[in-house]
Design a protein around this ligand. Structure first.
Ligand code: IPE
Ligand code: IPE
Ligand code: MG
Length: 279
């Protein structure tokens, strides 16, 4: 947070928003469904792929802002398993853009101490994309700053199926399959995101009110924030607005609010409890 404030001047755009954010209550993990590239291009009478190209800038600025804020993990949904249904030309352009992004970003990832990881069925990526991705993951693996997780060829259901299959395989190998019993921890630690906390905040751009097979297990208690902004237009201002809104939420996890509503009957109000009992 300090780094973000130091990068801004009083009176400058985003200064007030940044001041409104409580550094002690930042989300540890932000996940983003980066949606709306095609519509952004369509509104400008450009081909869909122009929207994907324009989506690279916001990835850069979002990574930079999250690093300056001191967020621990940023997970970006870049390509779903279902996205293979799109025309071949669009899918190939997405791979080309991913390779361009990796090449362009490597020096900054190193400079800013950012480790890059990827989640998804990476074995099914085009071989060259996979090689380049793995080389950036390797080159940044000793970095200790903001963890950037790219969800590529990812789907939440596939992740759960893969986790279950890996548990079964292990149990078959160590002979424990007959007595195998699952619990939430066993499954959580077999997911691609095993080493990450669950997302505190899930942002979706472009106004769609759906999850589209993203982090199905992990978002059980994430706060959802949907903005009409299309991904290529997503700026630092949008991210800070999402954080301000996030900090207004009352995260109860099925329990009760830490700050009771003013004027509400206090717990242990014996007269009222007695009246209810006898009515
Ligand atoms: C998100 O933008 C990027 C990917 C899914 C790869 P879209 O391409 O889905 O854009 P819209 O939703 O069609 O506008
Ligand atoms: C979700 O967006 C996937 C990514 C952002 C990578 P989609 O555009 O694929 O989702 P739907 O089809 O609108 O649900
Ligand atoms: Mg879309």
């Amino acid at each position: 947070m300090k780094a973000l404030l130091e990068s801004l001047q009083p009176g400058q755009k985003d200064w007030d928003l940044a001041q409104a954010i409580d550094p002690a209550r930042l989300p540890a993990h932000i996940a983003i469904i980066m949606d709306g590239n095609g519509r952004w291009a369509g509104r400008r009478r450009l081909p869909r792929v122009a929207g994907h190209k324009a989506g690279i800038g916001p990835v850069r600025s979002t990574v930079e802002t999250c690093a300056r804020l001191g967020v621990k993990v940023l997970t970006l949904y870049a390509f779903s398993i279902e996205n293979w249904k799109r025309p071949r030309h669009e899918v190939e352009t997405l791979w080309r853009l991913l390779r361009f992004y990796l090449k362009q970003e490597l020096p900054d990832l190193k400079k800013n101490d950012i480790p890059l990881q990827a989640i998804g069925r990476l074995e099914a990526l085009p071989p060259q994309v996979r090689r380049e991705l793995e080389s950036v993951i390797d080159a940044t693996s000793n970095n200790r700053g903001l963890l950037v997780n790219l969800a590529i060829n990812y789907s939440g259901r596939a992740e759960i199926v893969d986790a279950l299959n890996s548990i079964l395989e292990m149990a078959r190998l160590d002979g424990s399959i007959g007595s195998l019993k699952l619990d939430e921890d066993t499954l959580s630690t077999a997911l691609y995101t095993a080493s990450c906390p669950d997302p505190d905040l899930l942002i979706r751009t472009s106004g769609e009110m759906r999850i589209s097979n993203f982090l199905l297990w992990q978002i059980a208690y994430s706060e959802l924030y949907v903005t009409e902004t299309l991904w290529p237009d997503f700026t630092r201002t949008d991210l800070l607005q999402a954080l301000v809104e996030y900090q207004k939420r009352d995260r109860r996890y099925g329990g009760l609010s830490a700050a009771p509503v003013s004027g509400a009957v206090k717990d242990g109000d014996e007269t009222l409890i007695e009246a209810l009992r006898s009515s």
